[in-house]
Design a protein around this ligand. Structure first.
Ligand code: 5CA
Ligand code: ZN
Length: 428
């Protein structure tokens, strides 16, 4: 898909060092991309009711990682997707009487504008689910041929089109001995989350209630695509991300990202699919991403902000009321990405006040030497993307400007402005 324009990232004096992030699988901090290259896949939006503050917070977290990698001189490949056909999107379209394609296009366009306004670096590869269908079909055919997937006969009246004999296709999790190693949940937890997050544990004919759908055959009233030997239908959710990630990044890459709501089943299942599609090589067997990194959930009115519940604050709504997107960015970055937190009007007010203060300080005639501030911003981001600590470092420099503290340096405001721009994505 066409992405949005990339912001200019200023080059800073010196270079950033090693970056550590929290890996949900091991529960420890691990070095993100120890090599010269860095590959990251972050799960993209399902385009209806985008972009709320929770989405924005998740993408800003990974934007910090990408900027830190660039500052460390790495060659970065960033890949993401758009789930432009899925049950919730179709349900919303049906409820509102809007064509699902029009809804997806409109919301994807809005997401592009929001990301541009927030200064988020776009992915290098941004694939839609719909445009990836031929590759997904080939992957599911391969799994059927390898015996890691199976067909379940259709029971709904009128389903299956001309080839009723071809059933839905499910992944056979019993073929993957490493299933469960990403989230490390027990079976009861898995069953509960699977039911809650889009799974179909009670679908008749499955070998295991947890087996995820790979290809859903044509149903009356649902959009459908040519699935070659699978018959007409549409792809399952997890296999889309597995195929898009594998094709753009290979079977093993550095970071798989998203919000904590995706750890199970989505990231567990995607990793399993990638393993099934890989002839059990040493890397493939270990699962596709070296680190699974998850952003906490942003809430509103006491509940996780979610499109299905409707308790949303949209970036586009704030923009339309004249709010500076950089204030929104600062409001979000004041929370550590791993925290669950609640968006309130105070967050925005604090972001606006901070932006005004920073703007004022970098517009002055000189300031205290900024090299320690640059070092502290770099160190904070490298320490599990600790944005609140980075913001405090800039606040401290602004305080010192006000107090006329330290050695006065005419170039310092420029250094701070460039550091804040390159590493935190705040443009004045
Ligand atoms: N299309 C799928 C991923 S393949 C999806 O989860 N889409 S989404 O639109 O629901 O969410 C997009 C991204 O925002 C995901 O990474 C998700 O984990 C994250 N996200 C969703 N709600 C919140 C929230 N309230 N707080 C923080 N992040 C959220
Ligand atoms: Zn995904």
């Amino acid at each position: 898909m066409r992405t949005w324009p990339s912001p200019e990232i200023p080059v800073l004096p010196g270079q950033g060092g090693r970056i550590r992030v929290h890996d949900s699988t091991t529960g420890t901090l691990v070095e993100a991309a120890p090599g010269r290259d860095a590959g990251m896949y972050v799960c993209g939006i399902t385009p209806y009711d985008a972009t709320h503050i929770g989405h924005a917070a998740t993408y800003l977290a990974f934007d910090l990682l990408l900027r830190a990698w660039r500052d460390a001189g790495k060659s970065v490949t960033y890949v993401s997707n758009v789930t432009d056909v899925d049950d919730p999107l179709l349900e919303r379209a049906a409820d509102t009487g809007v064509d699902w394609r029009a809804l997806a296009l409109e919301q994807t366009a809005l997401f592009r504008e929001d990301m541009t306004a927030l200064g988020v670096v776009p992915p290098d590869v941004w694939d839609g689910a719909v445009e990836s269908i031929p590759r997904v079909v080939a992957a599911v055919e391969q799994m059927l041929a390898d015996g890691t997937a199976y067909r379940v006969p259709l029971r709904d009246p009128g389903s299956g089109g001309a080839r009723r004999d071809l059933g839905d296709v499910y992944a056979d999790l019993s073929a993957d001995r490493l299933f469960g190693t990403v989230s490390r949940l027990d079976r009861a937890q898995m069953l509960a989350l699977f039911a809650e997050r889009g799974g179909d544990p009670d679908a008749p004919g499955k070998r295991d209630p947890l087996d995820p759908v790979l290809w859903r055959r044509e149903r009356v009233g649902e959009p459908t695509w040519d699935g070659a030997s699978l018959g007409t239908g549409r792809p399952g959710w997890h296999i889309e991300c597995a195929v898009i990630a594998r094709d753009a990044l290979g079977v093993s890459f550095d970071v798989q990202g998203g919000g904590t709501d995706l750890l199970f089943p989505h990231h567990e299942m995607s990793a399993s699919h990638v393993r099934s599609l890989t002839a059990a090589g040493p890397d493939g067997a270990a699962g596709c991403a070296h680190a699974h990194v998850h952003a906490g959930m942003v809430a509103l009115d006491g509940h996780k902000m979610s499109k299905s519940r409707g308790n949303l604050e949209l970036v586009s709504r704030l923009r339309s009321t004249g709010v500076d997107p950089m204030a929104v960015r600062l409001a979000i970055l004041a929370h550590h990405y791993r925290q669950d937190w609640e968006w309130t009007a105070d967050d925005l007010a604090a972001g606006e006040a901070r932006l005004a203060r920073w703007r004022d300080a970098v517009s002055g005639n000189g300031g205290p030497d900024a090299s320690a501030t640059l070092g502290e911003i770099r160190a904070a981001v490298a320490d599990d993307l600790d944005a609140p600590r980075a913001l405090r470092a800039v606040d401290a420099w602004c305080d010192a400007v006000g107090d006329r503290d330290g050695t006065w340096d005419l170039g310092a405001p420029g250094v701070v402005a460039r550091a804040v721009d390159a590493l935190l994505g705040i443009r004045f």
